[in-house]
Design a protein around this ligand. Structure first.
Ligand code: LLP
Length: 424
């Protein structure tokens, strides 16, 4: 359930007409709903309330400061994968002691920054990283609290580009190497090994892969404890899928019940890293129709948003529902149309042709489920400015990131001296 619904014949974001925002800020733009963000966080928190749970919002899904701050106010901790995300989480008011630093490749600077900030835990994904972190922690005189991310070799049954738990993926320590990694970590100075971490992928639509991975991890915890390791934390990652079209993912409650039955008996503090589940349906992307073009094979609605703004459809063939901001009348005729952007690539599409009500230049379209992996994955291809992000709360809204103008972008570029001379 989200808070983008038709009322009085047009689409509202909570109590604000989307059209009004479009008139004020221009198109295209992202729009987030505070109520939906809070609701999703709360539903997930309720679903795992039987455990000693820490919900680390995966900042990568949507790292806008207003989004992180909204969730931090709900009590969320944060999962970050770069120095930039850590900085954002801190600025948004997440206490360092509520930040988990993950990621398959961290720079020395990032490790040192995480240690100096005093993060809750650093998830380590390889033996060289263990040694590097040990060295940096020792030189700073700070003990690093670490979990080792393991690769359980489980197929998450999701898009191949976002599956992370199979042995051929770059993530985590190979299952057979795990006992050796814990033995090494126990010997190295500066490391305080507290847990096991696992994350098998994203947009996972059945419980089975999670159950398999978590079952393997539960056995691992027992055998590591038998070998004398004090395992107090379990980081179970994110990945629970959401409906984009007609998918029926497990509910957070079903997921929470499964987790409780599989790992509840271990007495661990359990970390979760949901991203998409919290932010996905809390955001829409709004774009205006520039031209309706009847080509030989099909009709195109060419809009002012493009693949640089929302890359998921072309990158993963992801389906995002597309609706008109004006509510179509009941029984309105629909025609097949492909919604595409203005970028000079055939891949600049928001999906395969859809049945849409009649639309004309100037009409607004809403691309749903764009709150996660939308704005964060945008680029400036074709010298297109990064679009504004707007957050709604009840009948109020605020621009939470301004449009980054082309002048702003060019301001960071420098013409080298020899070219300046040549021009004189
Ligand atoms: N924890 C770790 C270690 C992760 O790598 C990820 C996502 C998450 C948590 C959050 O997963 P979520 O709950 O959001 O599924 N750009 C892709 C998704 C990439 C996910 C990367 N890792 C997309 O647009 O589908």
């Amino acid at each position: 359930m989200d808070h983008f619904q038709y009322k009085n014949g047009e689409l509202y974001a909570e109590e604000v007409p989307v059209r009004r925002i479009a008139d004020d800020v221009g198109t295209p733009f992202y729009c987030y709903s505070t109520a939906t963000l809070e609701r999703h966080y709360q539903v997930f928190a309720d679903a795992v309330s039987g455990l000693d749970a820490t919900i680390c919002y995966a900042v990568k899904a949507n790292s806008n400061l207003a989004v992180i701050t909204t969730l931090a106010r709900q009590g969320a901790a944060a999962d970050v994968v770069s120095g930039g995300e850590m900085k954002r989480a801190l600025v948004a008011g997440v206490a360092p002691g509520k930040i988990v630093f993950s990621g398959v490749g961290k720079t020395e600077d990032e490790m040192a920054a995480a240690l100096r900030a005093g993060v809750l835990q650093i998830n380590v994904e390889s033996l060289p990283e263990l040694e590097q972190l040990s060295r940096i922690a020792s030189s700073l005189g700070i003990d690093a609290n670490i979990a080792i991310r393991v690769n359980p070799d489980v197929d998450a049954l999701t898009h191949e580009k976002i599956a992370t738990g199979k042995s051929q993926n770059k993530f985590g320590i190979a299952w057979d190497a795990v006992p050796g990694a814990y033995a090494l970590a126990a010997e190295l100075p500066g490391l305080n090994v507290t847990g096991v971490a696992v994350h098998i992928g994203s947009q996972i639509l059945t419980l089975e892969p999670f159950r398999q991975a978590y079952g393997k991890v539960a056995e691992l915890v027992q055998s590591l404890r038998a070998q004398g390791h004090d395992i107090a934390h379990l980081d179970l990652g994110g990945g629970l899928g959401i409906p984009y079209e007609d998918e029926t993912p497990p509910t957070p409650k079903e997921y929470g019940d499964m987790v409780t039955s599989v790992v509840g008996g271990l007495g661990c503090r359990v970390f979760f890293e949901p991203g998409r589940l919290i932010a996905g349906n809390a955001g829409i992307f709004v774009t205006r129709v520039l031209i309706v073009k009847e080509a030989t094979a099909r009709t195109f609605a060419i809009v002012d948003g493009a693949m640089n703004d929302l890359v998921r459809p072309t990158l993963y063939n992801a389906h995002h529902a597309i609706v008109t901001v004006k509510e179509p009348s009941k029984g309105a005729a629909r025609t097949e149309m492909e919604v595409v952007g203005p970028i000079c690539e055939t891949g600049d599409t928001f999906g395969v042709p859809r049945m849409l009500p009649e639309i004309s230049p100037g009409d607004l379209l809403c691309i749903r489920t764009a709150g996660a992996y939308g704005a964060v994955m945008a680029s400036t291809y074709n010298a297109r400015p990064l679009v504004p992000e707007v957050m709604v709360r009840g009948n109020d809204y605020a621009v939470v990131r301004e449009r980054i103008s082309v002048d702003d972008m060019m301001a960071h570029e420098v013409i080298p001296g020899w070219l300046k001379k040549a021009a004189e």
